[in-house]
Structure formats: structure tokens, C-alpha cells
Design a protein around this ligand. Sequence first.
Ligand code: ADP
Ligand code: ZN
Ligand code: ZN
Length: 727
Amino acid sequence: MSRLILKVAIDAPLRHLFDYLPLFNVPPPAVGCRVRVPFGRRSRVGLVVAHAPHAEVADAQLRHIHEAIDAEPLLTAPLLDLLHRAADYYHAPPGEVVVGTLPALLRTGRPAQLAPPFEWRLTNTAPAPDSVGRAPRQAALLRALAAGPRTEDDLDAELEGWRVTARTLASKGWVERAERAPEPAPTGAPPAAPTLSAAQQAAVDAITGASGFHAFLLDGVTGSGKTEVYLAAIESALAAGRLALVLVPEIGLAPQTEARFRARFGAAVAVLHSGLTDGERLAAWLAARDGRVGVLIGTRSAVFAPLPRLGLIVVDEEHDTSYKQQDGFRYHARDMAVLRARLESVPVLLGSATPSLESLEHAASGQYRPLHLHERAGSARLPQLHLLDVRHQRMTGLVSPALAAVMRDELAAGRQVMLFLNRRGYAPVLLCHACGWVPKCTRCDAHYTLHRARRLLVCHHCGSERPAPTACGECASGELLPLGVGTERIEADLATLFPDHAVLRVDRDSTRRRGALDAHLAAARDGRADILIGTQMLAKGHHFPAVTLVGILDADQGLFAADFRATERLAQTIHQVAGRSGRGDLAGRVLIQTHQPQHPLWQALLGGGYGVFARGLLAEREAAGWPPYSHLALLRAEAAGAQEALWFLGETLSLAAEFGQAGVELLGPVPAPSPKRAGRYRAQLLLQASRRAPLHNLLRRWLPALAQLPAARQVRWSLDVDPVDTY
Ligand code: ADP
Ligand code: ZN
Ligand code: ZN
């Protein structure tokens, strides 16, 4: 007799699906529906990804599902297809991909629909609050509702224990509970779109004229009006009754992008990012799935959001490495966006002022169609880049006299200055002047960074903190010297150098609280701060019209990094930071402080701009056989002992030789560049291949086998396909 087996994905670190039987006498749950299933001794939420005639396990082991959760599939067929291929490409456990990318509340089995919000309001018979003066709780609730209906969420926040009171008042007929009417859509005409330049219009025409899958690389200098191109292309998709998905690299960028998109598209815009509460995330996800959203803006994981009638995908700042998930299911959202567009036969638009070398190579080889915006929109001009030779200069912290002089002129003219330093904290090292003692994180073998305002030593590797010492741990001397300079220290130096000007620091520490980043950025835009000092966070995408001078304080840091992508990153960062300046009517200038003014990288970057520089880098990559001219996968392992990770990787190496590794080079194993982190020792093995197929063929056979190695039990290991950094 033929029977039906449910193939279920469960969020567990196992590289296979699980077989279950449906319940008796009810139709089996469809593919795409969630089910609750017995799993070991507990029960788990899984998702049915296929129906099959046969089970992989013996009959005695087959169990029935506990219950079907969804009546309708949660995920559409093309989305399930995308997730399957993603799991296959990244060699990730299918459950981690299919279930792990759902909003948290759906993973726990919550119904896939929203309870409508309820509100409480007064009836006509409600007495005045003062007339129930002897019942203070009743009076308080009546008073709260006298100002107008309140949602249950509001009341929860305002009045403790209000529910009991509400029931009492309802029994008297004084208050009632009702479903809240949806918010009225905002009225008023949306702001008129600017008249597009010829280059913008050509880009929009190319995108809207495409039918089916096409990948476009919109390579446009900062401030060239890429966003206007996105908006116009989306407008045309919406007009055709299709929806758009817009990916942005950071939550920090989502609110601004959201504001700009809302101004154009109003209530059709929804956002999905990690700054939302679980409930908000679920609401946005469901609204998208139900087609109540016209434009979904989100960070990385939004690439897996369900959207019926998808018409266009936009990936803003496509070069940004935060599109790569760095733990668990290590996917690259840009690459998934391109794959999704292909599966759903829609155009995908990748935009950047500093495209990744991968995308430039794809454009050169004809896989992506390049679109260019060479000039800034309106009257804004591109800033000039200059090197400041700081050798032999008497620095105040990291500020050279020449930089300080230019800053003074700009500030005197009422303009804003932005300084950039990719190192947070006060000082990266604390040192005893008497004996040389340096406090170190014992779990990482790394120096602590001094955070002076919070009076803490913080390990930037593992995040551990301890109170900053006031005396040496070895000799008890009180003379502890902070060495080196972080953003917090620059902030203090600037207060001394420019006592009459407001300084604002923007980094991970100053923006810890929810909403703090937005508040800081608003202060910067409104001109409430004259000097902005920040890390990378300040560099990305923000628009400050009054900034005319950008100073890059310690550019040499990026010249000497170990990773082969370091120069690409440095060039992108400098161009992005530079792009913050001169976006208004005023011309901008960028001063790069360096001790290496002759370095060929500076010559290339200043001589030809990012495009020329990137072509040079591509030639180097090709000669050296690095991506995008080869394909990488990195096997990482970590263990409690110093040797286990290396041993394990050594065994995986022999295993690969057994499987036959033609076309794949295995490099290592070697200790990771910072081998000890959070008390564990780390090592890695790099796989490199000039073609993808042999690499993936090897991985497909090798991974299940290495999971079975006895040595695998002593280590934690993970595979990173297309790693964005190799440390
Ligand atoms: P990008 O996304 O490339 O950094 P934006 O789209 O943010 O650039 O544009 C930069 C500025 O120029 C914005 O203030 C935008 O409103 C303005 N802008 C863009 N295109 C035009 C245009 N065609 N006409 C006038 N202003 C424009
Ligand atoms: Zn000492
Ligand atoms: Zn540490």
C-alpha cells in the first residue's frame, strides 16, 4: 500500500530532513506548512518541505506528527525553492535554513496571523472619574479612557492590573472592548520626484524595460542619485501591480531609507530588521506575505521574506560586508538576492559607489549589466582627496597641525567637519609606566581596550569587561598610561583643541541605547554638532549637507592588514567616508593623514578614483588566483585545548585525500590569525578551487563524513562558503 511520508525540516544542526507520518483521518499538511512533531523526548516545530512515498528510516522509528499548525502554506513554492538551493550551496543543515530564517514567533509555533489590536473605550453611560473617588483604580482607568480609546498595549504600559478593573467597569456597562479600526492612510500628495538626469533616466529605462531575470550593477558615485533610480524603478513596478524588496546593509540605514521611501510611497512601505521586537517582526513578515506591503525594506534576512507578486529586488550598497551572515547559516544576502531574482524571473538592481570586485568582475564578464552615474546630482560636486604627510608632525592625539588649521577655517565659516577613526574606546592598551605590566584578557590573549568614561576595560574580541584598574596589577604603581588613540580619546582631544565647538561621537558605544543612533544622526544633520567623530558607522550612507571637510585620521591601519581583501575594504571605506562630504551646495575636501605618502595604493586611489583602482586590484587578484577568479570555502574549528582544532583539521585533510580532491587545493590547517578567543583555540583550513563544481562536489561528500570523525566530538566546527574574511 502506498503511503505518504512528510519530509520535515527542523531547526537542528543535522544535515538532513526528518520523516514523519501524517495524522489519521485528516488530510496531510501541505508542503510549506508548519507542523508540531515529536523529536526525541520533546516536541519541536518543523516545516513540511516535501511529500514522499518512502521513508528513509525503518517503520519502527516512524512517528506521527502531533499536529498541523498551518492550514495554508506559510512559504510560497519559489521561496521554498530558494531556501533549498541556499542550503545546498552553503552546505547548511536544511532546518537551520528553512525554519531558522522564519521570524522567532513563527519558529515557536505561533499562528501565522495577527490578532487584531483591541482597544477599550467609554460608553455613553460612563460616570465622571471623580464620582468613583472611593475606587481609585476605577477612577484612574476612567480618566485614562476619558482622553480617548486606548489599546491594550498602551494600557499594559500605563496602568498596572488594569484588566481586572476593566472587567468590573464593563460589567457595569461603563466601558467596552472593541476591535481597533485600521489607521487611516496618510493623505496629501506625495512629494514630486525630481526630474531625472539623462543618466538616471537611462538607468531606469534599462531596468523597467527588462522582462524576466536581469541583474544590473548601478555603479554611481556617492550622491549621484542612485536612490532616485531605485524609487523610479519601484514606482514602475508598483504601477504594474508588483511588489519590491529593498535590502539595506545596516539597521542604522533602515530608518533613513524608510523615511525617504515613505515620503514617496506612504503606507505601502514596511520595514523588517533586527531592531524590531519579535511582535513587530512577525507583523511586518505577515503583512509582506499577505501582499499588504508594496515595498519591503529590510536588512540581510529580509531577502528570505515572503512576497507575492515580487516585481523587483534592490540591493543598496551591495559591496557592504554586513550582507554576509557571520555565524550559523552563513549566507550572503546579495548573492541570495540575485538567486531569488533568477528563480522568480524578476530584475535585480545592485547599487554602490564602490562596487565589490565580485560584482565588477560579473559586470565585465557580461553576467551583470553595468549602469553608470558618473556625476553627482544637482549642483553637488565630488570631493577632492588629498594626502597629508604627518611624518615628524607634532600631533594632538591623532590630529596634525595641518588638519587642525583646515578644520579651524571650515568651522569659522560655519561648516561641519567629520573625522573618521575605525577604533572605538579611549585607548587600545593600558600600560604600567613603572614595570611595563599590560592587562590582558585571559580568555583571548589580547589587550584590553580602555573605555574611560565607563571606567571599564573591554576586550574587543570577546566583549568581556572588567573595572578599569587605578593601580598596576603587578607593582601597585598608580602610574598607568593609556597607549594609542580611540574615538573616545579623540573626542576629548577635540574638546581641548576646539573648546568653542560642539563635538559629537558616533560609534557602537555611543549608540548602545535604542534610538540613540537616530538621535545622534538627527543632531548631526540639524547642525547641533560642529565636529563629528566616528567609526565606520558614521561613514555609511548618511547625508549631511553641511559637512565640507572629512579627515581620515589613521589611514595607515588599513595598509597593513593580513586579509587579501584589506585593500579593497580600505579603498571602499575611504570613498564612502569621502562621499559624506560636499553633498550640499558646498564643495567638499577629504584629508587623508598618512605616514606612507608614497604608498602605491594612495597613488592609485588618488590618481584614478575607485574604478581605476579596482581594475588594478582585479588584475592582482587574477594573477594571484584569489576571488573572484577562484572560489573559497573556509573550514573553521575551535576547541578548549590548544591542539585539538589543528588535529581535527589534519584528519579532515586526510579524509579529503581519500575522497579525491582533484581541482581543489587545501591550504592549512593553520592556527587562526587571532588563535585564542573567548577561552577557545581556533584553527582553520582553506579550500580553494578555480571552478565551483569540484569544490562543491568535494564538500557534498566530505562534510557528512567529517562530522562522523571521532575528533569531531572535541571541536566545534563550521564551514563558510565564499567567506568575506579569511580570519
Ligand atoms: P545616492 O543614493 O547615489 O547617494 P541620492 O539619491 O541620495 O544619491 O541623491 C543625492 C541627493 O541628490 C539627494 O538629496 C537627492 O534628492 C538629490 N537628487 C537625486 N537625483 C536628483 C535629480 N535628478 N534632480 C535633483 N536632485 C536630485
Ligand atoms: Zn607596574
Ligand atoms: Zn577577550
